[in-house]
Design a protein around this ligand. Structure first.
Ligand SMILES: *Cc1c(COP(=O)(O)O)cnc(C)c1O
Length: 386
């Protein structure tokens, strides 16, 4: 089964480009809101780094999500799209002074802090403005995730977060400061996680840490469990919407909360991944020694995930129904890693055919680069191409 696309409209456009199906995005957001509403005090801050296209952010804002930002630029993008500052959280190991000041000027909801030196700078900059910054401490829970090694973040060896053994000390430091208010704990163990057991392991660790805090009579206002829910890259047509019911139920079942505590989520990929496609044109079909290459006008500069993480994207020839043949699907960039897939079954390929790289709505367009002096690909939504 292949996806359905407005092929005639596509033919009028210069390739490569991103195509976002806003129906898939809206359906996804509707399921998130419906499943989240089953639980008291669950809320979602969309991880802007997955896709900051203004048209996408606007739809996300219309559906009431907040934003999880990892840079000043992302804070600006979220605010510009209409997301209220009191729904913006700011994470990241290396926040520059200007970025902290920007967050303070907007009175964002919370800074997710990753070290004592950062805490000190936030306290100092907030003091200079006569403000008090809400801070959550990002704890490195030393919980592994069954995902690609480049996208685990919650292991002791990763650069992220505060060591569990340092937690008490950092909390004491935060409590002693006049211009920060300690309001939450933050965690994020990695990305493209499909095994709910990984999230259960995180819940167990959070429960342990909460018990320790409770022994000190500390109850934080919120627990932020980060993002990381994966999508079905192999079956974008059959499973366009991730299993949010199971995801939220896992946390509802395993997190031990105090009555007044809220839970914050920061999904990125699971929100936007399946609505996006990179549409490309076949430049050449070339015979190799024991294979054939379909050479596209899109490359790793447009979608770097296969080159960076050995990621799989389903590839479809959306303009041919001819018999299936196997192709190595490659881009035009002068790098051997510029390969989208090897021995991929496609309807027979001709120069000029349109190829869809599916499930490219997260960590796709936003990671595009100008390497080889290439243009950043344009992006269209289904709303614009009717
Ligand atoms: C990247 C990131 C997310 C989102 O991760 P996904 O796998 O896209 O859901 C959430 N929180 C933090 C802190 C992140 O860095």
């Amino acid at each position: 089964m292949k996806g359905t696309f407005p092929i005639n409209k596509f033919r009028e456009l210069e390739t490569p480009f991103y195509y976002y199906d806003t129906r898939v995005l809206r359906d996804t957001l509707a399921v998130i809101n419906k499943e989240m509403a089953k639980y008291d005090k669950f809320s979602m801050h969309y991880a802007v780094k997955a896709n900051a296209n203004p048209k996408i952010l606007t739809v996300i804002c219309e559906n009431g999500l907040g934003a999880d930002c990892v840079s000043g630029g992302e804070i600006r993008a979220a605010i510009k799209a209409g997301i209220p500052a009191d729904k913006v959280v700011f994470a990241g190991v290396g926040k520059a002074d200007w970025e902290i000041n920007l967050g303070l000027d907007y009175d964002i909801f919370c800074f997710n802090v990753e070290s004592v030196p950062e805490l000190e700078v936030i306290n100092e900059l907030a003091a200079a403005k006569g403000k008090v910054a809400n801070v959550a401490l990002r704890i490195n829970p030393n919980v592994g995730a069954h995902t690609h090694k480049n996208i685990t973040t919650g292991l002791a060896e990763n650069k992220f977060g505060i060591r569990m053994t340092d937690m008490d000390h950092v909390i004491d430091t935060a409590l002693s400061m006049r211009n920060v208010k300690f309001v939450g704990l933050h965690f994020h163990i990695g990305s493209q996680i499909l095994d709910m057991g990984d999230f259960v392991a995180l819940c167990n660790r959070v429960n342990e840490l909460q018990e320790k805090l409770y022994a000190r009579q500390i109850i934080v206002e919120h627990i932020n469990v980060g993002g990381g829910l994966g999508i079905d890259y192999a079956h974008p047509n059959r499973q366009p919407i991730p299993d949010f019911a199971a995801y939220f139920a896992t946390y509802a079942q395993h997190l031990k909360l105090h009555p007044q505590q809220s839970v914050h989520f920061e999904l990125g990929r699971a929100v936007t991944g399946q609505c996006g496609n990179l549409i490309s044109k076949v430049l050449y079909v070339k015979q190799g020694a024991n294979k054939q290459f379909a050479i596209l006008d899109a490359g790793m500069t447009d979608l770097i995930r296969p080159a960076l993480y050995q990621a799989y994207h389903k590839i479809e020839n959306i303009t041919s129904e001819e018999p299936i043949e196997a192709y190595d699907v490659v881009g035009p960039i002068c790098e051997s890693s510029d390969v989208f897939g090897k021995a991929i079954d496609l309807n027979r390929v001709h120069r000029g055919d349109l190829i869809a790289l599916r499930s490219a709505g997260a960590y796709g367009e936003i990671m595009a680069s100008g390497y080889n002096c290439r243009e950043i690909p344009k992006a269209y939504t289904s709303d614009e191409l009717v």
